[in-house]
Design a binder for this molecule. Structure first.
Ligand SMILES: *[C@@H]1O[C@H](CO)[C@@H](O)[C@H](O)[C@H]1NC(C)=O
Ligand SMILES: *[C@@H]1O[C@H](CO)[C@@H](O)[C@H](O)[C@H]1NC(C)=O
Ligand SMILES: *[C@@H]1O[C@H](CO)[C@@H](O)[C@H](O)[C@H]1NC(C)=O
Ligand SMILES: *[C@@H]1O[C@H](CO)[C@@H](O)[C@H](O)[C@H]1NC(C)=O
Ligand SMILES: *[C@@H]1O[C@H](CO)[C@@H](O)[C@H](O)[C@H]1NC(C)=O
Ligand SMILES: *[C@@H]1O[C@H](CO)[C@@H](O)[C@H](O)[C@H]1NC(C)=O
Ligand SMILES: *[C@@H]1O[C@H](CO)[C@@H](O)[C@H](O)[C@H]1NC(C)=O
Ligand SMILES: *[C@@H]1O[C@H](CO)[C@@H](O)[C@H](O)[C@H]1NC(C)=O
Length: 402
């Protein structure tokens, strides 16, 4: 791996912003003779349900066939255990494809074979549905320690327009569980995502450069952010999520890379965060000259249970401490942020932290009915706010710092 790539990779890990291939693929699917069929069962195409025979070709052939035909088509992964490497679900497709996952897919641990790409990547596809009661098991535990390798995300939606993911479970991804990039009108609902609390970079769902994205009614417990909404995202709706353990629900990282785009119109509603290191968070670096704005962000009806930093805006985010030379040069504007009806307990005294920069203070901040209390006995509940302007109403006196 050359230095540039290694550099990108290191940034990528700490920021939680997935790299994505940007070549525009044009599909020319080789369609097996199967004119009258509309369901392509991988076991009829050679997949072996023993959990260890490499069934990549069968699954790929099923996709190529379904994608190459008009009308409603289905890729069927029936009950049973199947192992595959990288799956390239590229479009455009001729019709509407459903990927029905009822069995368990195991992601191969032969990392070089992913060729720095992802595991199950849906690319340039419109009108796609992924559902079923099955599981995508990334088998990440075997490779999490290989920090210098580029590890694949489990399920990736790149340039998808009108996509739905529902019902399935994702466990132990090697990198992120679900990554949504350059997509529009995507719904993710009723999914369950689990990885152990100390697994690295196993974000539940990352969204970047996408709009009209909805994430609903799901349970996420991982080692990193449950959900993160990166630069270039707009009209994102997150509701009914139970999160924890993990790092909470985040907007960011912002300001890490050049040419990032604004984040606007993000709503997080009716969520429970349990034993996470952050609750709802906005994190931005003061690192790269990336003059962007994050605005119209709403967090409401959120229950915290033993969360370390329940409400946090951090404009000096820099976990790996390598961004010191630009300290104080903030270029990310944060404004019009509402925290409403946030209740429950904090596992540290600082239930609210609004740490904004003196160059670009946060404006239009609202703390409405924020009542989170420190659950320990040795200290008092408190808010630490710097350079944040706005109003507090109906909140615990100790938290009303605006
Ligand atoms: C994925 O499939 C598309 C369409 O068949 C092809 O153009 C592209 O090169 C493939 N990508 C990879 C990484 O194999
Ligand atoms: C979106 O895709 C689904 C199939 O997954 C299809 O039924 C629906 O009509 C599509 N919506 C639009 C607006 O095309
Ligand atoms: C998957 O989608 C199909 C078509 O919309 C639907 O009939 C089926 O009930 C769905 N299954 C699950 C488990 O969501
Ligand atoms: C959620 O997905 C499961 C399969 O994992 C399915 O059995 C259940 O019916 C789905 N629930 C809803 C409300 O769609
Ligand atoms: C909270 O998380 C920590 C670290 O992940 C873990 O050690 C602890 O047991 C958890 N507590 C509860 C109540 O789940
Ligand atoms: C506040 O949020 C909780 C969920 O955390 C919800 O049950 C309750 O109805 C909300 N209250 C108001 C006034 O919206
Ligand atoms: C801003 O960044 C430049 C490098 O780009 C650095 O030389 C300068 O000291 C920084 N200013 C402050 C206030 O830290
Ligand atoms: C109370 O908590 C604050 C913030 O974490 C800390 O700075 C302070 O030292 C604590 N005080 C005591 C008495 O522990």
């Amino acid at each position: 791996m050359d230095n540039a790539i290694r550099f990108m990779f290191i940034l990528t890990i700490v920021c939680g912003a997935a790299y994505a291939r940007s070549e525009a693929y044009v599909a020319s699917a080789a369609v097996p003779a199967a004119a009258a069929r509309t369901a392509f069962d991988i076991t009829e195409l050679g997949a072996v349900a023993d959990g260890k025979t490499d069934s990549t070709k069968a699954v790929q052939d099923a996709w190529n066939a379904a994608c190459g035909l008009p009308g409603s088509q289905k890729v069927v992964i029936p009950k049973g255990e199947f192992m595959t490497g990288a799956l390239n679900f590229s479009g455009p497709c001729k019709g509407y494809v459903t990927v029905q996952i009822d069995g368990t897919l195991f992601g191969s641990n032969d990392i070089p074979k992913y060729n720095k790409g992802n595991w199950l990547e849906i690319l340039h596809v419109d009108n796609v549905l992924v559902n079923g009661s099955g599981t995508l098991d990334g088998q990440g535990a075997a490779v999490w320690k290989d920090e210098c390798k580029i590890l694949p995300n489990s399920l990736v939606l790149d340039y998808v327009n009108n996509g739905t993911v529902s019902g399935i479970k994702l466990v132990n991804s090697k990198f992120f569980h679900i990554n949504v990039y350059m997509s529009k009108v995507v719904t993710i609902k009723n999914v369950t995502i689990t990885a152990v609390a100390d697994s690295p970079n196993t974000d539940g769902i990352h969204i970047g450069d996408s709009s009209e994205i909805s994430v609903a009614d799901s349970t996420i417990a991982t080692g990193d952010d449950c959900i993160s909404v990166g630069p270039g995202s707009s009209r994102v709706n997150i509701k009914g999520i139970t999160c924890g353990p993990g790092q909470g629900i985040s907007i960011g990282c912002l300001g890490r890379f050049k040419d990032e785009k604004d984040v606007t119109d993000v709503t997080v509603r009716n969520c429970v965060l349990r034993n996470t290191s952050n609750g709802v968070r906005i994190k931005s670096y003061e690192d790269v000259l990336s003059p962007i704005t994050a605005s119209k962000l709403k967090f409401e009806n959120i229950r915290m249970e033993g969360v370390a930093k329940p409400v946090i805006v951090d404009q000096r985010y820099c976990p790996e401490k390598t961004c010191s030379d630009r300290k104080g040069n903030n270029t990310v504007t944060i404004k019009d942020v509402t925290f409403r009806n946030i209740t429950g307990t904090s596992s540290t005294p600082e239930a609210v932290s609004l740490l904004c920069s003196d160059q670009l203070p946060c404006n239009g901040m609202e703390l409405l009915d924020v009542n989170v209390e420190y659950d320990g006995k040795d200290n008092k509940t408190m808010a630490v706010c710097t350079n944040a302007n706005g109003v507090s109403k109906g909140s615990l006196q100790a938290l009303a710092c605006l």
